[in-house]
Design a protein around this ligand. Sequence first.
Ligand code: HEM
Length: 362
Amino acid sequence: MDKAIDYRKYLQLDTLINIQNPESASGPAECHDETLFIITHQVYELWFKQILHELDAIIRVFNKSAVDEHDLFRAVAWQLRVIEIQKILIAQLTIMETMTAMDFLEFRDLLIPASGFQSVQFRLIEIKLGLGTANRSCVDRNYLLSALDSQDQQRIDGAEREPSLFGLVEAWLERIPFIAGEGFDFWALYQEAVDAMLDGEARIVSLHSRDPKSALSPGLSNVEASRRNFASLFDQGLHDNLVRDGQRRLSRKAMLSALFILLYREEPILQLPFNFLTNLMDIDENFTAWRYRHALMAHRMLGRKVGTGGSSGHEYLKKTAEESRFFEDLFNLSTFLLPRSKLPVLSKALKRDLNFHFESKN
Ligand code: HEM
């Protein structure tokens, strides 16, 4: 009994509440707001740790030759937890903003060259989701790594050698059996339906255009762009061009499977995969929302000053928010969704394969 666990020891509170050491405390006057600055960052790092814990579990589910349905159910639950944590991460920036730019200036220079660039857990989350340090358009890998000490650099190298969720989800989508059966070519029917939809859109755009005959009508050229984009779903060469230009990342096969799941989400076997893909989009969207929100906060605190880590500050963060997406391809698939009433009717055999079968023993 004398070894009974107690709240303080279990949570190691003696450590936790004694690790806030403001730099300004050793100077002429301690800055009141530096404690808030430290605690806010520490809370973020704790939530980052929890997100990594959930992502590692999801990655284990997908890092197999076949994904078990029971495990997929658990992976969806872990995704939902990540999503709830992300909402808190976005919301709690307002606590930081109770500190004014002037108050921040009181201790900001004491922090140089420390910065968010050194949050190795943040980088690990990005890498595990599928955004490696090499595929950044706004900053180069060496610059990102140079902010970290050698131990953290090794963690980054190690994580980049492991499969990411992006790669594993792509492989999972590619394994989904191809949707064609004897005498039934789903994709041919689907292409006819999309062609009809785009023809309809072109007609509507022409009707409402000020100069319906002008080939330069922006509406019409957008419809034509959708048509070319659509063709790339079925033409490997066009698809490869988009990949080369950085406009697409997922393989063509994975795109088609994801599209089928999105279109026929209500079929029993596709419901869980649909939830999984939707949650990936939520995670991507929340991550991006945090980046924009953080960029705005940095703008408010720093104006046009450079960051303590040496970047252009607000400009760098804004650009990163625009250009660092994980699952953008899933968002782009909405271009090819059809209203339910226009969806090709599935063959009986395919419909049966997509259903659960319960047989009565009587
Ligand atoms: C007064 C509050 C804050 C300001 C003014 C600020 C400013 C900045 C700036 C300017 C950068 C770019 C790197 C640099 O040059 O320093 C940056 C990066 C970063 N900050 Fe903050 N930040 C603040 C609070 C926070 C908080 C509370 C977190 C939570 C963990 C955070 C996490 C990060 C991360 C992860 C990066 C790297 C982002 C990337 O490279 O994509 N920051 N911050």
